[in-house]
Design a protein. Structure first.
Length: 342
């Protein structure tokens, strides 16, 4: 297995397409999509379309957890479920034919310290198996040669108990040659940056939340405000400095303004697709899957950025997160333009 994805906040994702949103009225959907969701499961779903073998490690509990696991199996997602006591959450999106969606996300289940240790241990076991050569499938030449790197992707909000249990696993995995990708926010992101991940993929607001102090001396809140408005390259530079890894790669996405990738060799800006679709949920997760797929295939940073941007754009063409269509991927790839900065 090339990619192990930790899914700390899985969910039953339900998307209703409606003609229009009318507060106080009954809505009868014209289309319903139910998926095993949450950021890391979206990454695994997108990875499958991109040809990247991936497995999710997922804490699941209660009847809703059974539903999520069943949907994942029915879809062909490779999932290792770790039992927990709390009920899995549900996330509902109402998507009108015109205008922005309305979303209602239940809070993620709280993990006990024992459950957090079990989840972190399961991640360690999966990584050990991948490093021992128990991988199947490939991304083109890299895996054909037998030397595809093993990646760990950590996506979504991280409970404090899980951060404490996970950090030693991440440090041991990195020392063993695993490459770590992080897409998180807040305190969880800040803690994982101390583990010096190879790839940090965040949006502008998430980056500003952890590097705000570098943008102002008038207090954390003022610094974060300044960071939120900073040029994307300055924000990415501050984040890469914060991560403290010489060979590290930072990607900051900025919605309709594109995405910037920065490493020791330079910076590249992927301009947004001039023909975007309407369904943004899951685009960031598809982007991460595309970037890792590109790196696993041995592509240079600018090519991996283009592949990631195409995946994020293709996601916007289908209702439901990370349900990429190959035709949409190919079309988006033909429109994406990547520019070397400086």
């Amino acid at each position: 297995m090339t990619l192990i994805a930790l899914a700390p906040s899985p969910a039953l994702d339900v998307t209703h397409r409606v003609v229009a949103l009318e507060p106080g009225e009954i809505h009868r959907p014209t289309e319903v999509v139910r998926l095993a969701g949450g950021k890391a499961l979206n990454v695994v779903r997108a990875a499958g379309v991109l040809g990247l073998p991936a497995r999710a490690v997922v804490p699941l509990g209660g009847r809703m957890g059974v539903v999520v696991a069943g949907l994942a199996i029915d879809e062909g997602l490779d999932v290792r479920a770790v039992p927990i006591a709390a009920e899995a959450r549900q996330c509902l999106s109402l998507v009108p034919d015109e205008g922005a969606p309305t979303e209602s996300y239940e809070p993620a289940p709280v993990l006990s310290e024992r459950e957090a240790r079990s989840l972190a241990s399961a991640v360690g076991e999966e990584l050990a198996g991948a490093l021992a050569g128990e991988a199947i499938g490939s991304v083109a030449a890299a895996a054909d040669a037998g030397d595809a790197p093993v990646w760990l992707a950590i996506s979504g909000s991280l409970p404090a108990a899980l951060v404490s249990a996970l950090l030693p696993v991440v440090e041991q995995a990195t020392a063993a040659g695993v490459r770590v990708a992080v897409d998180s926010s807040g305190d969880g992101l800040a803690a994982l940056l101390d583990a010096r991940p190879h790839l940090v993929k965040v949006n502008r607001a998430e980056a500003a939340g952890v590097v705000g102090a570098a943008f102002g001396a008038a207090g954390a809140a003022a610094g974060e405000d300044n960071a939120t408005d900073a040029p994307l390259l300055e924000l990415a530079t501050a984040l890469r400095d914060r991560a403290g890894r010489d060979d590290g790669l930072v990607v900051v996405t900025d919605g309709a303004h594109g995405a910037l990738a920065l490493n020791s060799a330079g910076a590249w800006l992927a301009h947004p697709d001039p023909e975007p679709g309407r369904f943004a949920v899951g685009s960031g997760d598809s982007f991460l899957a595309g970037f890792v797929a590109g790196l696993v295939a041995g592509e240079p940073t600018e090519s991996a950025l283009a592949r990631a941007s195409a995946a994020g754009s293709a996601n916007t063409r289908s209702l439901g997160a990370a349900r990429l269509a190959v035709a949409d991927l190919d079309a988006a790839a033909s429109r994406i333009r990547v520019e070397k900065l400086g």
